[in-house]
Design a binder for this molecule. Structure first.
Ligand code: HEM
Length: 130
């Protein structure tokens, strides 16, 4: 199976596991005060739904979708808008991989590697807009 297909199936299992996005934000917010500050006034239930779609955009990009949606995300997260420093994506990635490990009961080493590959490709498109 290709990395993009492995990730698509793993993401399906994560989304079907209750509390996946709660776990992600729990880890992500705990990872730095700078991140907690950024989300201080955010409606978190709504944000979890937005992230569900945002991750799907990363996955679909790996399956060949044009990068238009990721570039728009890059624009909203850029210096002139949300001002998300590129270093913070490392914490984002760690929090997500931790949550995947806990919520995808079939996540093995090759699935983990596939997620790394897929996410890094999309994240570089987003960071390039900073
Ligand atoms: C690839 C990784 C990421 C994805 C897929 C993602 C996705 C999203 C999406 C879909 C939204 C809502 C739509 C928009 O504003 O464009 C959003 C908003 C936001 N994101 Fe991200 N994001 C990522 C990384 C980060 C990181 C590293 C931070 C660091 C703190 C961050 C902080 C925020 C904030 C503060 C908002 C606005 C929240 C509000 O409305 O109050 N994001 N993100």
């Amino acid at each position: 199976m290709s990395p993009a297909d492995l990730v698509m199936q793993s993401y399906g299992r994560c989304c079907a596991s209750s509390g996946f996005f709660d776990s992600f934000y729990q880890y992500f917010l705990a990872s730095s005060p700078e991140i907690r500050d950024k989300f201080a006034h955010t409606n978190m239930p709504a944000q979890k739904q937005l992230l569900r779609q945002g991750i799907l955009n990363l996955v679909m990009h790996a399956r060949g979708m044009p990068d238009t949606k990721l570039r728009a995300l890059g624009c909203s997260h850029s210096r002139a808008a949300l001002d998300i420093r590129p270093e913070l994506y490392d914490l984002w990635l760690q929090a997500l991989l931790q949550s995947i490990g806990e919520h995808d009961g079939q996540c093995d080493a090759s699935t983990r590697l596939a997620w790394h590959e897929v996410l890094n490709k999309g994240i570089s498109v987003i960071k390039a807009q900073y």
